[in-house]
Every structure is written in structure tokens, then in C-alpha cells.
Design a protein around this ligand. Structure first.
Ligand SMILES: Nc1ncnc2c1ncn2[C@@H]1O[C@H](COP(=O)(O)O)[C@@H](OP(=O)(O)O)[C@H]1O
Ligand SMILES: [Mg+2]
Ligand SMILES: [Mg+2]
Ligand SMILES: [Mg+2]
Length: 338
């Protein structure tokens, strides 16, 4: 889709996606500053917070206004929030959303959240959203991301990912207000903006590292999300000596994309677990546009045209490129999933 003013494909989508994740990041930070950060349990026992719902509402609001015909495949729905037992949480979500977007009523809020219920698939065009990826990291005050991507006929075309606790540069580690906003459009490269202020973007590029003694790999903090024992075995086989860098959320794709790490491994802990599209779409395009490579454990491209899950893939291997085939070979030789 060509924008007649700038001539760049998907320029309007890129700008809208950046605004949407910025709004959501403002809300997430406000919730995190608030006392008594509590999680509710979803049916699958995973945590969800007031910020997950508020973030989803704000992003879906921005998308509805700009692209009313576009479906959204998002992680959360309003089912639990509508329960009388959660009236207090609903009131909190409304309060935090109103701080960013004045004049919102409860019905609009719930309707925006439920715009995320689309099924995806090979249909023309849809957005996929993880309103907070790394909810466990968010609850610990560590890494999390607001991850949004546009998928057209199964191809990821636009990605925006806000990482409020990931500094734009290592020297800002731990400094408040130095979060990162990664943006990519297929064929146009990946860029990093400071999440705060109007500073210009810098290009994002992977490392060229291919010396196994210097290679760094990253993985989930949660051993229930990615098998730490297997990644240690694979790393040993490859001659990697540095300990793994563990961080939550799709910030893992971002740190590989900007060359701070060289490999992201996500090895299934359960044979029947299928990755969710919103856990990968945004990060995967950002890394690919930074020069990296993303496949599943078997070397297959991630297939985003199958619905809400990556049903045809298992696990994820993401690298700077030069290391990819050796990592796949080491996995084929060693990894025996549960
Ligand atoms: N058994 C499992 N295997 C792999 N991923 C899982 C999992 N259970 C939950 N997840 C996903 O892991 C995501 C977090 O990834 P990470 O551990 O890399 O931070 C969660 O996203 P949310 O936090 O958005 O729910 C959730 O979708
Ligand atoms: Mg979740
Ligand atoms: Mg997630
Ligand atoms: Mg989430």
C-alpha cells in the first residue's frame, strides 16, 4: 500500500503502530508506578494485570480509529473483567485508560479489548498484539514489551515494539525514562527510537560475530517457557562459554537485532505447546530487518497464516545469521523434546 505523500509503503501503518504502542507504554508505566501491583489468574493459570487489559484497550482504540476495517488478533479478552468479582479491577483499568485517553466509558473500554478476538489465518490483513509480553517480567519490574505487528497474507509487513525498561544504550541501564521503541517495515530496515522524547531514530543491525568463544545467547527467564537444561547442552556442544543472558519478552529479539546478543533460543518444555503469533510477530520482523534469521527448531520459517497459534512450528531459533545453520545442526544432534 503506497502512501502518496512520502512514497514509502505502509508509512501510515508504521506511524499509527508507533503511536499505539507509545500510548500503551505510558499506561504500563503508570500502573507499574502504582502501589500493589497484583495479577489475576487466567483460566490457564497464567497471570494478567490491569495493565495488560488497559494496554490492549488503548492499542485497539488507536487501530480502530485509523483502520476500522482491520481485524486484531490479541492475547486478552474482557471475559474475566466483566465478572462481578473483578469490578474493582475493571474500575482500575478504566481509571488508567482515562489518564491516557480522556472521556472513555466502560462499554467502549470493554469493546476495544474485545476487538482483539479475531482468528487470524491466511486472510488478507490483520494486526496481532501482545499488550504486555512478559507479564511475569512486568510483575518483577524487569523486561516486558508491548508488541504490535501487521500481517498481510501471512507476511509480517510492519512491527512496532515498545520496551519501557530496556535502555536505548547500555550506559543508561537502570535509568528511568530511557526505554526503547523498535520499529520495522519489511524491506525498509529496523530502527530504534528513544521511547521518551523526540530524538531521531538510529538503525538497528545484528552482530557479525561468528567466534563461538565470544558468542552470547539469550533465553527466557522462565524455565517453564523454554528448556534451560537443553539450551545449556546445545550451547556446550557449540563451544559457547558465556552464560546465557536471561530476559523476559520479545526484548530478546531486540537485543539480538542490535547485536547485544547473537542467538535467541526458545526450546519447548512440552511437546504439545504451540507458540502464539503475538509472542513472535513483532520481534521476528524487527530481527529480520536488522539482518538476522528466524526459524523454528527444524529450520522452518515461522508460519503466521495458521490462526492464533504457530501450529506448524515448534520452538524458535533466532540468530544474527552467520551462526544459524550451526545452531540448527547442534539442535538436530542433541535436542530431544519432552
Ligand atoms: N509453556 C510455554 N512455553 C512457551 N511459552 C509459553 C509457555 N507458557 C506461556 N508462554 C508464553 O511465554 C510468554 C513470555 O515469554 P518469555 O518467557 O520469553 O518472556 C508469555 O507471554 P505473556 O507474558 O504475554 O503472557 C506466554 O504467551
Ligand atoms: Mg499472558
Ligand atoms: Mg506474550
Ligand atoms: Mg501478554
Amino acid at each position: 500500500m503506497l502512501n502518496t505523500t512520502s512514497g514509502l509503503a505502509f508509512e501510515h501503518e508504521r506511524v499509527v503502530a508507533m503511536q499505539a504502542v507509545r500510548d500503551a507504554a505510558t499506561l504500563c508505566r503508570a500502573v507499574q508506578r502504582g502501589v500493589n501491583l497484583q495479577a489475576m489468574d487466567k483460566k490457564d493459570r497464567s497471570p494478567v494485570t490491569v495493565a495488560d487489559f488497559g494496554s490492549q484497550a488503548l492499542v485497539c482504540r488507536v487501530l480502530e480509529e485509523a483502520f476500522p476495517a482491520d481485524p486484531v488478533v490479541a492475547e486478552e479478552d474482557s471475559g474475566e473483567l466483566r465478572q462481578p468479582a473483578h469490578a474493582e479491577s475493571l474500575a482500575k483499568v478504566l481509571r488508567f485508560v482515562t489518564e491516557v485517553q480522556a472521556g472513555v466509558d466502560q462499554e467502549s473500554l470493554l469493546r476495544w479489548i474485545d476487538r482483539g478476538g479475531a482468528l487470524g489465518g491466511a486472510r488478507d490483513r490483520f494486526w496481532t498484539l501482545d499488550p504486555i509480553d512478559g507479564t511475569k517480567g512486568f510483575l518483577r519490574g524487569e523486561q516486558y514489551a508491548i508488541a504490535l505487528a501487521l500481517i498481510v497474507e501471512g507476511r509480517i509487513e510492519v512491527a512496532a515494539m515498545a520496551c519501557p525498561n530496556l535502555p536505548t544504550a547500555p550506559e543508561n541501564d537502570g535509568v528511568a525514562g530511557t526505554g526503547s521503541l523498535f520499529v520495522a517495515v519489511r524491506g525498509q530496515g529496523a530502527e530504534l527510537y528513544p521511547l521518551d522524547g523526540d530524538l531521531p531514530a538510529t538503525p538497528v543491525r545484528v552482530s557479525a560475530r561468528d567466534d563461538w568463544g565470544l558468542v552470547r545467547f539469550c533465553e527466557s527467564v522462565e524455565s517453564g517457557h523454554s528448556a534451560h537444561d537443553w539450551s545449556a547442552t546445545v550451547a556446550h556442544r557449540l563451544g559457547i562459554t558465556a552464560p546465557p543472558v536471561r530476559l523476559d519478552s520479545q526484548a530478546k529479539y531486540a537485543v539480538v537485532a542490535r547485536g547485544e546478543a547473537d542467538i535467541y533460543l526458545r526450546l519447548p518444555t512440552k511437546a504439545d505447546y504451540r507458540e502464539k503469533i503475538w509472542d513472535h510477530a513483532s520481534g521476528a520482523l524487527i530481527l529480520a530487518e536488522a539482518g538476522g534469521v528466524v526459524t523454528d527448531l527444524d529450520g522452518r520459517p515461522l508460519d503466521f497464516a495458521r490462526g492464533r497459534e504457530l501450529s506448524e512450528n515448534r520452538g524458535v531459533v533466532a540468530t544474527n545469521g552467520p551462526l544459524h545453520d550451526r545452531v540448527l545442526a547442534a539442535l538436530a544432534e542433541t535436542f530431544r523434546p519432552a
